[in-house]
Design a protein around this ligand. Structure first.
Ligand code: 5GP
Length: 211
């Protein structure tokens, strides 16, 4: 039996974006469960915690003053305002995970994706998730009982804004069925791990193969 061989590679920064209600959170959770090399980037936000959310796991819930302090100290890799609340990606956690050769998963909007690409284009892989239809998108948004009717209305309006940015992403997938969408994401991840530029240990490995 041959020993398993690993070639050193750089971690990727995988971004999932979609309008709210396209199933992005579920797909992110499935990827984290099935692929042991991903670490989720936990954002900071000034929005109120929803009942089902866990502080430190879904988000770090912080005050506007603390958020402003983090921006001032340049502790956020990117940040944006969504539905009147501030959201941002803590820089330190991302750097620590990448240094350990881990892949990082981001659930951020198009504004954050643009900023990440400006800062780390070679490391970013971006996927835009489309719902199968407008009716399904609205159904999923309405079934989120945790949001008030006013918030649901805002999210529907924001969906058009988010959808208009689909062409800025490396990949666009349809979430018509969660298992199929999951398989599509896994396929993209597998291919991206084999990109030559990402496999930093290739030169050394191939040198070892040559006589
Ligand atoms: P929600 O309030 O529903 O959790 O998230 C609202 C939107 O904010 C989603 O589109 C989500 O992807 C985005 N978002 C969450 N965290 C961040 C972040 O750190 N940066 C940016 N730019 N967007 C974020």
């Amino acid at each position: 039996m041959t020993e398993s061989t690993t070639i050193k590679r750089r971690g990727m920064m995988l971004v999932l974006s979609s309008p709210s209600g396209a199933g992005k959170t579920t797909l992110a959770k499935r990827l984290l469960e099935t692929d042991g090399n991903f670490t989720m980037s936990v954002s900071v936000t000034t929005r109120a915690k929803r009942p089902a959310e866990v502080d430190g796991q879904d988000y770090h819930f912080i005050s506007p003053a603390t958020f402003a302090e983090k921006v001032k100290r340049d502790e956020l890799l990117e940040h944006a305002t969504v539905f009147g609340n501030s959201y941002g990606t803590p820089r330190a956690a991302v750097q620590a995970a990448l240094a350990q050769g881990r892949d990082i998963l981001f659930d951020i909007d198009w504004q954050g994706t643009q900023q990440l690409k400006e800062k780390a284009r070679d490391d970013v892989v971006s996927i835009f998730i489309l719902p199968p239809s407008r009716a399904e998108l609205e159904r999923r948004l309405l079934s989120r009982a945790q949001d008030t009717p006013e918030i649901v209305r805002q999210r529907m309006a924001k969906a058009n804004d988010e959808l208009s940015h689909w062409a800025e992403y490396d990949y666009v997938i349809l979430n018509d069925d969660v298992h199929r969408a999951e398989a599509r994401i896994a396929g993209i991840v597998e291919a991206e791990r084999h990109k030559r530029v990402r496999q930093t240990g290739l030169s050394e490995f191939v040198r070892g193969l040559m006589t």
